[in-house]
Design a protein around this ligand. Structure first.
Ligand code: V47
Ligand code: SF4
Length: 389
């Protein structure tokens, strides 16, 4: 017997939570105070039921994924974010990697004939890799494979490149867009509030700078994502403040595609003394994000960071997207201690993961155009057909 959302609300003993829930059902926006209250007082089953209601109202059972791969040009970085397990300072660059343009193009060529739709390019901030270097890379990728969507560079990388090239954000973004950059990933956002940002990543672009770069990208007609690094030293109200700033920019531009909460992982970094959040706390985070970010169409769980089983669980807590096949092409999370040490899934595996929890797998492109509904396709057929798998 399934319980209706109104029965869930009626069974809630806390009147303030019942009021927030009724707002959500009536499609009214919840306030920052409501957001903090949900974090402080609502348990996972309650916010989960509400978030699932909202998820199904927006997307039914549809669960999106894409076929993508990452290029990480370098892990040498001028910054020293305390949570980062991946970067090496320029002074120790012999311990890190730096790919040449040809090496990166060869990665792209390795996917010739394979039905990937997106390359995600993100890495450390290398002092010698300039705006011109990346513009040249973008042009060469586009010349080789014009249909491949290039989602690349966080405001942390962009801010540094633009400053070095003495370009304004408007000039720099227009230049890269012209060279072939299609959209921006969500990274580098961490926690916007300076009280936390100064403690975990003091020297890189601040919250306003991050938002400004996304706004300029939106004004050029580009779409972007947004992340939030949660579960470390921030308080609940810092999370709400972060989501509120994103919600306000989204009201203004409508340029964000998806919001991606990123669970802090504590291995091999300067914050290893900070314990990781529990799975229940992770599910509450996803659910409250779904309830708060009412103008974001999509909520993504990034499986290489959460692990496959937790990613499946998020599909009942508001999430409708689990990123892509990845193809073992990112090191950010494996180095920070994720269960996923070699993140790669075939399409058949991704589809199975989604079907196991009774959702409908739909392949999308970066901009969420639906490419193929896999719900009626047999897994065996996917496994043997190179165009499907
Ligand atoms: O900004 C770094 C995070 C981000 C750790 O837009 C960590 O589709 C947890 O933004 N524990 C980069 N997180 C990755 C990213 C991303 C990933 C997948 C898809 C998209 C998208 C964006 O990784 C960084 C930082 O917030 N990060 N170290 C860590 N120890
Ligand atoms: Fe550099 Fe990004 Fe790591 Fe910070 S998170 S140290 S900016 S690679």
């Amino acid at each position: 017997m399934s319980i209706s959302i109104q029965q869930v609300i009626a069974a809630q003993p806390d009147a303030a939570l019942r009021t927030i829930a009724q707002k959500i059902i009536a499609r009214e926006r919840i306030t920052p105070e409501d957001g903090v209250l949900l974090f402080e007082r609502a348990d996972a089953p309650f916010v989960g039921a509400l978030a699932n209601f909202v998820r199904e109202r927006l997307h039914g059972n549809k669960t999106y994924f894409n076929r993508n791969f990452h290029i990480e040009p370098t892990n040498v970085c001028v910054f020293a974010c305390k949570f980062c397990s991946y970067s090496r300072l320029y002074a120790h660059r012999e311990e890190g990697w730096e790919l040449t343009t040809d090496q990166m193009l060869n990665i792209v060529k390795g996917y010739d004939g394979k039905p990937v739709t997106e390359v995600h390019i993100v890495g450390g901030v290398h002092p010698k890799l300039t705006l011109e270097f990346f513009a040249d890379l973008l042009r060469k990728i586009k010349a080789h494979r014009p249909d491949l969507h290039i989602k690349g560079f966080t405001p942390v990388e962009l801010d540094y490149m633009f400053r070095k090239a003495k370009k304004s954000v408007e000039e720099g973004m227009a230049y890269l867009h012209e060279a072939g950059l299609d959209s921006l990933p969500g990274g580098g956002a961490e926690i916007f509030h300076p009280e936390i940002r100064q403690q975990i990543c003091d020297d890189k672009v601040d919250g306003d700078g991050w938002l400004k770069i996304h706004e300029v990208a939106h004004n050029l007609g580009m779409h972007t994502n947004a992340t939030m690094l949660y579960g470390h030293i921030e308080k609940y109200w810092h999370r709400v403040d972060h989501m509120e700033r994103l919600r306000q920019l989204q009201d203004k531009t409508g340029g964000f595609n998806t919001f991606i909460p990123l669970k802090f992982r504590n291995k091999q970094n300067e914050m290893s003394n900070v314990s990781e959040s529990s799975i229940i706390e992770d599910m509450r985070m996803y659910a409250i994000a779904r309830l708060y970010m009412d103008n974001f169409q999509h909520l993504k769980a990034y499986w290489p960071m959460l692990g496959r089983q937790s990613a499946q669980l998020t599909l009942s807590f508001g999430v409708n997207d689990i990123d892509g096949t990845i193809d073992d092409s990112t090191k950010i999370y494996s180095m920070a201690g994720s269960e996923e040490q070699t993140p790669a899934m075939s399409t058949a595996q991704l589809v199975t993961l989604i079907k196991q929890v009774k959702r409908q797998p739909v392949e999308r492109d970066t901009l969420y155009h639906e490419l193929r509904d896999y719900s009626e396709i047999d897994i065996k057929e996917i496994e043997v057909n190179p165009l499907l798998n």
